[in-house]
Design a protein around this ligand. Structure first.
Ligand SMILES: [Zn+2]
Length: 313
C-alpha cells in the first residue's frame, strides 16, 4: 500500500473543529462539541481498518492497533487530549502553512499586530527550512494538543502501511477536558488495558518527560463587614485590604513560578477579585511530593491566619 505523508493535512483538518473545554461546566465532557472531533477520529480509524475504534458517552476515543509480532511485549498506549484551552477562542480557526521558513518574523494576517518575532522565540532558529503552521491572528491554533492527535493518527496509518515494522499491541486513547483538569476523570484504565502509556504533548523534538508535579488549587474567600463610611470606626472590615495583605505576605524570593525551577514547588495566585464586602483569591499549588503540597497549603493557611490577626480589633 503506498503511504502518503499526511500529518500536516490531518492537523489542519482537526484544528478547524472547535473543541474548547469549559472550566465552569459540570457536564462531562464539559462541552458537547468536543465529541465532534472524537467522531471524526473514530471514522478515520475505522476507515484505516481499526475495527474497535469508538467514542464513549464521556467523550473518550478508544482504539486498538493489533500486534503483528509474536514476541511477548507489553501493551503500550499513545494518548493525547482533543480539547483546547478556554483562554482563547477556538472557533473559526484558519491554519496557515508558512513554507520553507527563512528566519523572518511571522505576521498573522487577520490581526497584523500579532507578530511571532524571531528574536523572541529561540525555538524558531531550529525551524529554518521547515514548514511552520500558525493560526491567522484572531484565534489560538490548538496545536496543544491537536499536534499530538495528528501525530498518533499518522503513526497508526504508517504502522498499518508498513507491516514489516513489528510491534506489540498499541492502544490509542484520545481524551476530552485536559485543559480544565478533568482529562482522566472518567477514563476506564481496565478497558484500556495498557501497561505503559505515552502522552504525546508539549516540548520539542527529542524530549521525554518521565515525571510530573502534583497539583492542587486553593480558593481563599474573605467576608468583610460593610458599614457606611460615616459610621465605620471600629466596625468596618474591608475585604479588599485583607486580600491585599494576604498577597503582600507571599514570599518575594521563593515559592513562586518566577523564582523557582526544576523540581521546586510553588504557590501561585492566579486571580483576585473583590469588593469591601467580600473578596476571593485563587491559588494553584505545585510540588513533586504530596508532603510538599501539604506544606505549601499550610503556608497559605498561616498567611491567612496572620491577615486575620492583623485586622482583628
Ligand atoms: Zn496539552
Amino acid at each position: 500500500m503506498p503511504y502518503q505523508y499526511t500529518v500536516a493535512d490531518r492537523f489542519c483538518r482537526y484544528v478547524q473543529i472547535d473543541t474548547q473545554s469549559d472550566p465552569l461546566s459540570d457536564s462531562y465532557p464539559t462541552t458537547e462539541k468536543q465529541k465532534n472531533l472524537g467522531k471524526l477520529l473514530v471514522a478515520e480509524l475505522l476507515a484505516m481498518g481499526i475495527a474497535d475504534a469508538h467514542l464513549d458517552e464521556w467523550g473518550y476515543v478508544y482504539a486498538t492497533l493489533p500486534a503483528n509480532s509474536h514476541k511477548n511485549v507489553p501493551v503500550i498506549c499513545f494518548c493525547s487530549h482533543m480539547d483546547t484551552s478556554p483562554d482563547c477562542s477556538g472557533m473559526g480557526v484558519k491554519p496557515l502553512i508558512h513554507l520553507n521558513y527563512d528566519g523572518s518574523d511571522l505576521v498573522l494576517p487577520d490581526d497584523p499586530t500579532q507578530i511571532i518575532r524571531f528574536a523572541e522565540h529561540p525555538a524558531l532558529a531550529q525551524q529554518i527550512g521547515n514548514d511552520i503552521i500558525t493560526a491567522s491572528g484572531t484565534t489560538l491554533l490548538g496545536a496543544d494538543n491537536k499536534a499530538g492527535v495528528a501525530e498518533i493518527m499518522d503513526a497508526i496509518a504508517y504502522l498499518l502501511a508498513h507491516p514489516d515494522l513489528r510491534h506489540g499491541t498499541v492502544k490509542i486513547l484520545f481524551t476530552p477536558d485536559e485543559e480544565v483538569g478533568k482529562g482522566t476523570a472518567n477514563v476506564d484504565l481496565q478497558k484500556l488495558g495498557a501497561q505503559f502509556a505515552y502522552t504525546i504533548d508539549g516540548e520539542t523534538l527529542g524530549t521525554i518527560e518521565d515525571e510530573t508535579f502534583s497539583a492542587d488549587a486553593m480558593r481563599v474567600v474573605i467576608q468583610g463587614v460593610s458599614i457606611h463610611p460615616g459610621f465605620a470606626k471600629g466596625k468596618m472590615e474591608n475585604a479588599i485590604k485583607i486580600a491585599a495583605d494576604i498577597v503582600a505576605q507571599l514570599p518575594k524570593n521563593s515559592l513562586s513560578p518566577e523564582t523557582t525551577e526544576g523540581r521546586e514547588g510553588f504557590v501561585h495566585p492566579t486571580r483576585i477579585a473583590g469588593t469591601l464586602e467580600s473578596a476571593e483569591i485563587d491559588f494553584i499549588v505545585r510540588d513533586f511530593t504530596e508532603s510538599g503540597l501539604a506544606q505549601h497549603e499550610t503556608k497559605i493557611r498561616q498567611i491567612v491566619q496572620n491577615a486575620i490577626a492583623h485586622f482583628s480589633t
